[in-house]
Design a protein around this ligand. Structure first.
Ligand code: ARG
Length: 412
C-alpha cells in the first residue's frame, strides 16, 4: 500500500492575494509537506476529512513576512561601549533566541545584513539543520567598509588596534574581502557607503568608499552571482552606490529627487527603517547609545520619514527593512503602521515585506505569496489588516516550510 500522508489545511475568513491586493473570502490553504498544494476560496478547494485542519475564523492569511534588514546577533539592550563586552560566541547564542522571537512575530524570512565572525552563517546552518527554530536566513557575514567608517568599530583608541572584520580599502582589498565573505558562506554582500548614526565619529551625510571602490565591489559580487546591499544615509553616497549598481539601498535617509529617479531607473530597491528612530530616541540612552549618536538620530529620523513619503509617491521599489537588533527582535512588525502613516497603503506595506522582498532575494518562484507550488510560509493576523494595519503586530499563526510554529489555542 502506498503511504498516504495527511495534508495540513488552514481555513480563515480572509486571505490576501498580494499581487492583486484583493482579499479572498472563506479562504482555504492546503499544505503537503513543505509546499502549498491548493489555495483559494472554499468552493474551489478540496481536502480530505482525515486531514489536519486549523480553523481560524475571523482572521486574515498572509504570506510569511520577510524583513530585509536585521542583525539577529545584535542585542537591542547592549549598544556602544557595552557591546564591546559581548564575544562572538555570546552574540551567536543571543541570536538563537532572537531568531525564534523573529519567526514567532511572523517573519519567516530575514536578510541578515552584517554580523561579526560569520555568526549569521552559523545561525543559518543551525536553523536549516533543524537544531534551532528560526526564519529562513539570507546572510552577509561581516559588512565591508573603509578604515574608520561606519562598518569599522571606532570606540577604542589607537593602541588597542581594534578593527572590524570587514574593513577593506582600495579596489583589490575590497575584491579580496568579497571573495573571503563568499568563501565563508555569505549569500549577499553588505557594505557601508556613508557614515552612520550608531558609529562613533562618522558623519551620516559623508560618503565612504570612492565610486571606483564601489564599482569594484559591485562588479566582483555580481560576477559571483550574489547581490549587494549598501548602508547609505547621505545623498552623495546613495547616488554613487546606485550608479555603481547596488541591488538595495538600506536606510536611504537623505533622498533628493535625483537620487529617487536614479533608483527608479536602475531598479534599485530602497529598504527604509523608519520605525527604529522611535526606539533609539526613547530607549537608546539606557542601552548605551552614545550621546553623539542620539544627536545624529534626532536629525536623521525626521529627514528619513520625509524621504520615505517622497519615495512612496515616486513609485520606486521598496522592501521592508527594520534594522531589528538596534531595537528588539520580535518588534519588527511595528514598522508597518509607520509605513502606512508615511504614505503607503496597507497593501503596499505588506507587499514590501512579501513579494517585493522575495523578488529582491530572487526567490519569487518559491516565496512571497500564497500560491500553489510555493513553499508553505504562511501567517495569520486577527481581523482585517487592510482596515487596521496594527493587526499585523499580533500574528496568531505562523507556518514555516509547512511546519506549524505557532497557532491560536482555540484552533487546536
Ligand atoms: N544602523 C543604522 C545606523 O547606525 C541605524 C540608523 C537608524 N536611524 C534611522 N533613522 N533609520 O546608521
Amino acid at each position: 500500500l502506498p503511504a498516504i500522508s495527511a495534508s495540513l489545511v488552514v481555513t480563515a475568513d480572509r486571505m490576501l492575494d498580494v499581487s492583486s491586493g484583493k482579499l479572498i473570502n472563506n479562504a482555504v490553504v492546503v499544505i503537503d509537506e513543505n509546499t502549498i498544494s491548493q489555495a483559494g476560496s472554499a468552493n474551489d478547494v478540496t481536502f480530505d476529512s482525515s486531514d489536519r485542519v486549523i480553523r481560524l475564523g475571523d482572521a486574515t492569511l498572509l504570506p510569511g513576512l520577510m524583513d530585509m534588514h536585521v542583525h539577529l546577533t545584535s542585542d537591542a539592550a547592549t549598544h556602544g561601549y557595552k557591546r564591546l563586552g559581548v564575544s562572538v560566541p555570546r552574540a551567536t547564542l543571543k541570536g538563537v533566541k532572537h531568531a525564534k522571537d523573529t519567526l514567532r512575530a511572523g517573519f519567516t524570512t530575514v536578510r541578515n545584513v552584517g554580523a561579526p565572525g560569520f555568526a549569521d552563517v552559523a545561525l543559518k546552518e543551525a536553523i536549516n539543520a533543524g537544531e534551532i527554530t528560526g526564519p529562513r536566513m539570507f546572510v552577509a557575514g561581516p559588512s565591508l567598509g573603509v578604515t574608520g567608517g561606519h562598518c569599522d568599530n571606532n570606540l577604542l583608541p589607537f593602541e588597542y588596534n581594534q578593527k572590524s572584520d570587514g574593513v577593506a580599502d582600495g579596489p583589490w582589498e575590497i575584491r579580496k574581502a568579497v571573495r573571503r565573505n563568499i568563501k565563508y558562506g555569505a549569500d549577499l554582500i553588505k557594505f557601508c557607503a556613508t557614515g552612520g548614526v550608531l558609529s562613533k565619529g562618522t558623519k551620516v551625510g559623508a560618503q565612504q568608499y570612492t565610486l571606483e571602490e564601489m564599482q569594484a565591489l559591485v562588479q566582483e559580487v555580481h560576477l559571483r552571482g550574489l547581490t549587494v546591499a549598501t548602508h547609505a544615509h547621505g545623498t552623495a553616497g546613495i547616488k554613487a552606490a546606485i550608479r555603481a549598481g547596488v541591488d538595495s539601498v538600506e536606510h536611504a535617509s537623505l533622498l533628493d529627487d535625483e537620487a529617487i529617479s536614479l533608483a527608479v531607473e536602475n531598479n534599485t530597491y530602497l529598504s527604509m527603517d523608519i520605525y527604529v528612530t522611535e526606539y533609539i530616541l526613547s530607549e537608546g540612552k539606557a542601552a548605551g547609545i552614545l550621546e553623539e549618536s542620539l544627536a545624529k538620530e534626532r536629525k536623521v529620523g525626521k529627514a528619513q520619514r520625509e524621504s520615505f513619503k517622497n519615495a512612496v509617491e515616486s513609485g520606486v521599489k521598496m522592501v521592508f527593512g527594520s534594522d531589528a537588533g538596534v531595537y528588539p527582535h520580535g518588534d519588527n512588525p511595528r514598522q508597518f503602521a509607520r509605513m502606512v502613516e508615511f504614505g503607503m497603503t496597507p497593501v503596499q506595506a505588506i507587499r514590501a515585506a512579501t513579494i517585493n522582498a522575495a523578488t529582491l532575494l530572487k526567490q519569487q518562484d518559491k516565496l512571497g505569496s500564497i500560491e500553489k507550488g510555493k513553499l508553505a510560509d504562511i501567517i495569520a493576523v486577527p481581523g482585517n489588516p487592510l482596515q487596521d494595519i496594527k493587526a499585523i503586530e499580533s500574528v496568531s499563526l505562523v507556518i514555516k516550510n509547512g511546519e506549524v510554529i505557532k497557532q491560536p489555542a482555540a484552533s487546536r
